[in-house]
Ligand binder design. Structure first.
Ligand code: GLC
Length: 566
């Protein structure tokens, strides 16, 4: 691979031309038949990823973990879980990916560890140098908890430890104690971890809840209540966050690598604090707001999908970051229900999947495609909470609307559960969707006989082949990389129409979010007859310089303006 390392290394910004594919390893592909996805399963599918025009894989955590939060509870930062095939399998995948020109991005989870990490075990026994690796507090004088913060995943944010005879802070699950980043030894560990993977040839990191790592002095109470997030305004964007990120940057600067920050509640203004300026701390931020097309801040705080809201958010990120910071584009990941089930239509799966794909893939920035998104995987609807595995989902169930009917509680779970995006990838119509020959660790969506990779490979009009072509075009068309962004009909709640313009090239993307016919008329300055229709979901018919849309109709036109004669 190009790039390199060492003090004289030139950063190549390769990520600006890249398409990233996110793998949540447990559910991607099982090669050894134990029912759990693994790295040899990934190895088998590297050519598939290449055929999708993917340039980089971001792996959700692969480290040894007791799986209280499926890998986001790390028990050893410098190894690969045996369940996934261990280090040998990882190196095979790393080499196999690099041979195909695909880079590898790891998940860096350093806000917390697993309680089974040896650091925590030593810390609870009060052993040096680990004694202050975590955030330990005695109860208040009146015997109450050290502060009023809530855990996002389980009850209060404090757990009493019988060995240490003190409380430790856990913003996430009880089994995910927060690290004390104010301890220089902990920061030295983080730098060691970065070097370990970068020296092995890894190409970057997605940094998990990175804006939580610096806790405020005195850990003050939160002044107001926020369901399952009381305290977030205290610990998010803490006082030393930038200082610590700059410290980590001293390592990262020695390598041609990418860093992606996960920052809940992020705004464009705040994003630029990390990714703007001459020597940014991170390269890209995950734009959480694009998940708010049907909710407020959190997926479970549901409201009906509003296209205008979503378009406004997209436009805002496009405009605010232009020339100042580089956008990251996504519509799915392992923390949200499937997007067709939210913003599109399960009935019009292929059609709405295409509209969603074209809506974001031609914007400025680096897109991420989440496993299964490219074939239009949808949510699951188990009858009871027992059908779920995720700690956050289960917490939400016991927390929410306990006075309401079971049906209402489950509805909230359908709106919010991350497990909907964690069902095994549907490779074929073979038993268990071809994911495993064993018993899958988690439910396979029952629609797999209809929705699967093999069926879509053979269908030129499939969503899979639409993604493939869209990603190929992204690489081919400089206007997608450099063009300006402009939206047309911003107040339409049925159409998303945007233009990318660079020099003499213009791209016009038209996506309907309606099953009903909508009259589309080309914006001023566009003659559809003169455009080249690069991608389409239905027909190419044009009438009166426009057309009446079919359900979720999508078209992408390219216009090459003639050179002006002097
Ligand atoms: C991030 C991850 C999520 C995880 C949490 C705690 O939000 O994306 O999956 O549960 O952090 O690590």
């Amino acid at each position: 691979m190009s790039g390199g390392k060492g003090k004289d290394m030139e950063k190549t910004f390769w990520y600006k031309d890249a398409v990233i594919y996110q793998i949540w390893p447990r559910s991607f592909k099982d090669a050894d038949g134990d029912g759990v996805g693994d790295l040899m399963g990934v190895y088998e599918k590297l050519d598939y990823l290449k055929s999708l025009h993917v340039d980089a894989i971001w792996f959700s955590p692969l480290y040894p973990s007791p799986n209280a939060d499926f890998g986001y509870d790390v028990a050893d930062y410098m190894d690969i879980s045996a369940e996934y095939g261990g280090m040998a399998a990882f190196k095979k995948v790393l080499d196999g990916a690099h041979e195909r020109g695909i880079r590898v991005i790891m998940d860096l989870v350093v806000n917390h560890t697993s309680d089974e990490h040896p650091w925590f075990q030593a810390s609870r026994r009060g052993e040096e140098p680990y004694k202050d690796y975590y955030i330990w507090r005695k109860p208040k004088k009146d015997g109450t908890l050290p502060n009023n913060w809530d855990s996002m995943f389980e009850g209060k944010a404090w757990q009493y430890d019988e060995v240490r005879k003190a409380y430790y802070l856990h913003i996430f699950a009880i089994k995910q104690p927060d690290l004390n980043m104010d301890n220089p030894r902990v920061r030295a560990e983080v730098k060691k971890i970065l070097r370990f993977w970068l020296d092995m040839g890894v190409d970057g990191f997605r940094e998990d809840v990175i804006t939580y790592i610096s806790k405020p002095k005195g850990l003050p109470d939160a002044p107001f209540y926020m369901p399952m997030a009381r305290g977030i305004f205290q610990y998010n964007n803490g006082p030393h966050l930038h200082e610590y990120l700059n410290e980590f940057r001293t390592v990262l600067d020695d390598y041609d690598c990418v860093t992606i920050g996960e920052a809940p509640l992020i705004t464009t203004k705040r994003a630029l604090d990390f990714i703007g300026g001459k020597h940014p701390e991170l390269d890209m931020m995950i734009p959480f707001q694009c998940m708010e097309g049907d909710c407020f801040l959190q997926d479970y705080s549901h409201h009906p999908f509003c296209l205008v809201k979503l378009k406004t958010i997209w436009q805002h990120w496009q405009k605010a970051l232009r020339g100042k910071g580089w956008n990251l584009l996504y519509i799915e990941n392992h923390d949200h229900p499937r997007v067709i089930s939210r913003y599109g239509s399960e009935k019009y799966n292929t059609e709405s999947g295409k509209a969603l794909a074209a809506s974001y893939l031609f914007q400025e920035g680096t897109p991420i495609v989440y496993q299964g998104q490219e074939i239009g995987m949808t949510n699951i609807y188990p009858e009871t909470i027992d059908g779920y595995e995720d700690v956050q989902t289960i917490n939400q169930y016991y927390h929410f609307a306990t006075h309401k009917s079971e049906k209402k509680r489950m509805q909230r779970i359908y709106w919010g559960s991350r497990d909907s995006a964690r069902t095994p990838v549907q490779w074929s119509d073979a038993p268990n969707a071809g994911f495993t020959t064993g018993t899958p660790w988690f439910a396979v969506n029952e629609n797999y006989p209809q929705i699967n990779v093999a069926a879509q490979e053979n269908d030129p009009d499939s969503l899979l082949n639409f993604y493939r072509e869209a990603l190929r075009l992204r690489h081919e068309l400089p206007v997608v990389r450099y063009g300006t962004f402009r939206q047309y009909y911003p107040l339409s709640n049925k159409l998303f129409v945007y233009e990318r313009r660079a020099k003499r090239e213009r791209l016009l993307v038209i996506c309907s979010y309606s099953v009903n016919p909508v009259k589309f008329k080309a914006p001023r300055g566009y003659d559809l007859q003169k455009g080249q229709l690069l991608l389409q979901s239905h027909t190419d018919y044009i009438e009166n310089n426009g057309f009446v849309t079919q359900p979720y109709e999508t078209r992408v036109y390219l216009f090459r303006d003639e050179e002006k004669k002097e």
